[in-house]
Design a protein around this ligand. Structure first.
Ligand SMILES: C[S@@+](CC[C@H](N)C(=O)[O-])C[C@H]1O[C@@H](n2cnc3c(N)ncnc32)[C@H](O)[C@@H]1O
Length: 260
């Protein structure tokens, strides 16, 4: 089940292209926010604020300075990707974006990402958020649900550390209770019928969702505030991602069950 935007987009990804330099592919670079240094100054400013208020500041700072892995880059594209916002700081845009997601989650949920036994991520893109979580030291189970054409990229990027699934139906029925569901700019791009299936499977889990206000005619703000909490029996906190203006702006939604 795909939104028509993804019906069109997925055709540009082939299933047999060598992945060694996937970060230089035009189809990857053309995805909004995947181009070099897009919004990096804004991300860096906010990541620094989030780090200062994190109870795990030192550990997260190590993840920041590690930057993104070289895997998928050529030497030349890696050199171009490096971002040096201050003396002694060298990182990249991908790493800043995924750190922003996870640090925002930890702050809104008041819980460490390491406190989960299992993470299910819907639509992981190249897998940069998962990589950041593994670099922080997460060693629990990690499932990624994505199209085969995209999931092969995240699987390669993560060196097989996540179990890749091509359908929501393949998510195991019995998952640890201490479960986190992540869907950044992904569930908000999926058809409503598929979202109902996901809600059914992941009901009761904590969640980190990042959604655009609207996506090609779907009013996500209305859907996530009015339908998602009752479908998943959760309550939520939301926060705007202020510097993302396209598609009506983006919001983080962190959900948890009333009993947790
Ligand atoms: C814009 S990318 C976001 C990637 C990443 N989560 C991030 O925050 O940068 C959207 C992701 O959702 C996936 N996706 C969109 N619709 C989907 C569907 N119907 N089923 C599975 N994955 C889907 C895409 O393949 C892609 O990995």
């Amino acid at each position: 089940m795909k939104h028509e935007f993804w019906e069109r987009t997925i055709k540009e990804f082939s299933l047999d292209r060598d992945l060694a330099d996937f970060k230089t592919w035009d189809v990857v670079r053309q995805i909004p926010i995947y181009s070099e240094h897009e919004l990096v100054d804004d991300y860096y400013r906010e990541v620094c604020q989030l780090l200062r208020s994190s109870p795990h500041q030192a550990e997260w700072e190590q993840v920041l300075s590690k930057g993104e892995p070289r895997r998928g880059h050529t030497d030349e594209s890696y050199a171009r990707a490096l971002y040096k916002p201050a003396a002694g700081v060298s990182t990249t845009g991908f790493r800043l974006k995924s750190l922003h997601h996870v640090l925002s989650f930890e702050q809104l949920r008041e819980k460490s990402i390491l406190d989960y036994d299992c993470i299910v991520e819907f639509g992981a893109g190249i897998g940069d958020t998962a990589h950041t979580i593994f670099d922080r030291g997460y060693r629990g189970a990690y499932f990624i649900v994505d199209f085969p054409e995209i999931a092969r990229i995240s699987s390669y990027y993560l060196g097989g550390r996540a179990e890749v699934l091509h359908s929501v139906d393949d998510i195991p029925d019995y998952l640890p209770l201490n479960l986190l569901f992540i869907a950044t700019w992904s569930l908000s791009e999926a058809p409503l019928e598929l979202r109902y299936k996901v809600a059914d499977k992941l009901s009761g889990a904590d969640c980190l969702i990042l959604f655009q206000y609207s996506f090609y005619g779907i009013n996500n703000m209305e859907y996530f505030l009015e339908q998602w909490p009752s479908l998943t029996k959760s309550f939520y906190r939301i926060r705007p991602l202020r510097f993302h203006q396209s598609m009506g702006g983006s919001w983080y939604m962190v959900g948890m069950s009333p009993t947790s």
